[in-house]
Design a protein around this ligand. Structure first.
Ligand code: C5P
Length: 236
């Protein structure tokens, strides 16, 4: 695990390892953590993840596992072997699946226990889409219920919007890790994100870590931008 105390996880939303590594050369494990998602992982696989870990970065492997418990157990075990810092599953996979994921993390011999978090309802899901899936609850209620089930299953926390973090902190207290995307420093382009918060607002809303992609990866001075964000959070 790296020595950083930065709350920023930079989303490496690239299609090739060379693009990702070209960006990574601008930053260091002392100033941020990194997220590898489905696109980059599918293209470049575990070799890239291991390379990032070898450079000293804490890596969040964002593959949102959702399958039968045995398969998720084995996938989580394989992810732990890569030396990642954090990984996630879909809470919709259910209690038994999450318990299997927990068991795989607990069986891993690494010194620092890998952080295991869940995704509840994707922010792209509308109320209508949820209904079509047979879930007749409001989205906030579904998020709260899935969070309760995830925490009861022994998970360490959730991916959620900063808006949801306010409610989840009220209901579940200070312990769960809350990892929030949809972050934009003041003045940054919003891109396709709708309900955004600044890094400081998101931490004040209860976020433990912030997933930030384009405002850093597409910045002309990524290192300086990261330092600005880290500095904006240093007094809280
Ligand atoms: O570039 P940007 O800061 O918008 O990137 C946000 C990252 O967080 C992307 O990797 C995106 O897939 C992820 N994410 C998100 N909204 C969610 C869940 C994940 O933006 N609800």
């Amino acid at each position: 695990m790296s020595e950083t105390n930065s709350k920023v996880i930079v989303a490496l939303d690239y299609s090739t390892a060379s693009q990702a590594l070209a960006f990574v050369d601008h930053v260091s494990p002392a100033v941020c953590r990194l997220k590898v998602g489905k696109e980059l992982f599918t293209a470049e696989g575990p070799v890239l993840v291991k390379a990032l870990v070898a450079k000293g970065f804490d890596v969040f492997l964002d593959l949102k596992f959702h399958d039968i418990p045995n398969t998720v157990h084995n996938a989580v075990a394989a992810a732990c072997e890569l030396g990642v810092w954090m990984l996630n599953v879909h809470a919709m996979g259910g209690r038994d699946m999450m318990a299997a994921a927990r068991k795989a993390v607990d069986a891993n011999a690494s010194e620092d226990r890998v952080k295991l978090i869940a995704v509840s309802i994707l922010t792209s899901t509308s109320q209508q889409a949820l209904k079509e899936l047979g879930i007749d609850k409001s989205i906030p209620q579904a998020v709260a219920d899935l969070t309760r089930m995830s925490l009861e299953s022994g998970l360490d926390g959730m991916v959620c919007s900063a808006q949801e973090a306010i409610e989840l902190r009220k209901q579940f207290g200070p312990a769960p890790l809350l990892v929030t995307p949809g972050i934009r420093p003041a003045g940054a382009a919003t891109n396709d994100q709708h309900r955004i918060m600044t890094p400081l607002q998101a931490i004040q809303a209860g976020a433990s870590y912030l997933v930030i992609g384009r405002p850093i990866t597409q910045h002309s001075s990524p290192f300086e931008e990261l330092m600005r964000i880290n500095t904006s959070l240093q007094h809280i």
